[in-house]
Design a protein around this ligand. Structure first.
Ligand code: HAM
Length: 406
């Protein structure tokens, strides 16, 4: 939990410093909230059930649909843009394996109602900035634009979704059979080639060539996005343009991105997001919407693999009362240490001094404060430096300073 809290708090600090504010949404929602637009990748994996009133409900598989429902119902009159984040557990009925769980934690952020390009850049800066704040150096973002693929696919939304899913899964057999069904087998070859393109801005020209003029605006958009990211201080080595980022959710419409850790094997994606359209599905007006979610469980694994965690802060002092009648005075001293902001604990079992020293050692306390009858009468404590074993007597009035300064 210390590691998880560390990762979570770095995200929260950065999000707050960017002007995002925290919201909370319910753990379960109406089933239709997720069936409306999230697509088979999520809907198949829902924990769905009926409540005692016969209502169809589901445990949340993600936050985005809930946030947009909240926006449409309650936040629409707030000054735009709306910049919100939330964190918590989400549930998907997937095949569990390393890094893939049925209950996992997401760190989520959304911007609603800003201009598209600056808000896409802002969420990318927050997502990539969070990686740096956690100390991850090996992770890399892949940024694509699903709007380009959509503009190249002359099909209705349902057929487009099927083709995009086959591309997301890199299932080229399925891609070809779907395109054959739609009478556009000729699109298979350019699609195959384009989704394999990944690299710096030069791949955008190559991709535009393959599509022969389709999606020109989308390529220009990505170039401008790259320039803006530079202004945010995001280095070009932190990301690649990647035309193969398709995403498993149906609501994406424009810029899409994923962040991978090279150390996690099959489940290497630590985050993903992009620009989408959901407010309209829930009865709101058309506004730009963009955001992302990071997988907390996977971020912790990535940080462990890169060795970025600092050792947990130790107890400053473990107080050991010795002999009858010293307990009350020892608790007073403990309280004064705690009031001074030191992290301090005390023997709660009544063990002898040597057992207590073993315990203090085991929990990693920096100092022990030994309080015997004789010392207390003289207004003194024996302070032992647990690393060196050095011991000295300190006046009780100087105890806080002594524990702080060393
Ligand atoms: P997602 O890609 O489905 O996007 O999930 C985001 C992240 O959650 C993934 O990159 C991964 O790190 C983590 N994750 C997903 N499934 C599992 C699992 N079974 N076990 C552990 N970790 C997992 C979304 O959820 C979108 N709502 C993101 C978004 C926000 N797009 C726009 N706004």
């Amino acid at each position: 939990m210390a590691k998880r809290r560390f990762v979570e708090s770095r995200f929260i600090q950065l999000a707050e410093s960017f002007g995002f504010r925290e919201i909370a949404t319910p753990t379960f929602e109406s089933l239709e909230l997720f069936t409306a637009k999230s697509g088979p990748a999520i809907v198949r994996d829902l924990y769905a059930f009926k409540d005692q009133g016969g209502r169809d409900l589901a445990l949340r598989p993600e936050f985005t649909a809930s946030v947009l429902r909240f926006y449409v119902n309650d936040l629409r009159s707030l000054p735009k843009p709306i910049k919100v984040y939330n964190t918590g557990n989400v549930f998907r009925y997937e095949e569990p394996q390393k890094g893939r769980y049925r209950e996992f934690f997401q760190l989520n952020a959304e911007i609603i109602g800003a201009a598209a390009l600056p808000s896409d850049a802002e969420v990318l800066a927050l997502a990539i900035g969070t990686m740096r704040a956690i100390g991850l150096k090996q992770v890399k973002a892949r940024i694509g634009n699903i709007g380009i693929l959509r503009s190249f696919l002359p099909f209705g939304p349902a057929d487009q979704a099927v083709v995009l899913h086959s591309l997301d899964k890199r299932n080229f057999e399925m891609l070809e059979s779907e395109l054959a069904r739609l009478g556009r087998k000729d699109l298979a070859e350019p699609l195959r080639r384009i989704v394999s393109l990944s690299g710096d801005a030069s791949i955008l020209d190559e991709a535009a060539g393959i599509l022969g003029g389709a999606g020109a605006e989308g390529f220009r958009y990505l170039r401008e996005l790259g320039n803006l990211l530079g202004a945010y201080g995001v280095s070009s080595s932190d990301y690649a343009f990647d035309m193969g980022v398709v995403r498993g959710l149906d609501y994406y419409t424009g810029m899409v991105f994923e962040i991978d850790s090279p150390n996690l094997g099959a489940e290497k994606q630590v985050g993903g997001g992009g620009a989408y359209s959901l407010a309209e599905v829930f009865g709101g007006e058309r506004v730009a919407q963009t955001g992302f979610a990071l997988g907390l469980d996977r971020l912790v694994m990535a940080a462990e693999a890169e060795g970025t965690f600092e050792p947990a802060r130790p107890l400053d002092a473990y107080v050991i009362p010795i002999g009858e009648g010293t307990q009350t005075k020892a608790v007073e001293i403990l309280t004064s240490l705690r009031e001074a902001g030191l992290w301090a604990d005390i023997d709660l079992i009544g063990r002898g001094p040597s057992k207590n020293l073993d315990y203090a050692n085991a929990v990693g306390a920096r100092f022990t404060v030994l309080l015997g009858d004789r010392e207390l009468k003289a207004g003194l404590a024996t302070v032992r430096d647990m690393a060196s074993g050095a011991q000295r007597e300190v006046a009780l009035a100087d105890l806080v300073d002594a524990l702080r300064s060393r």
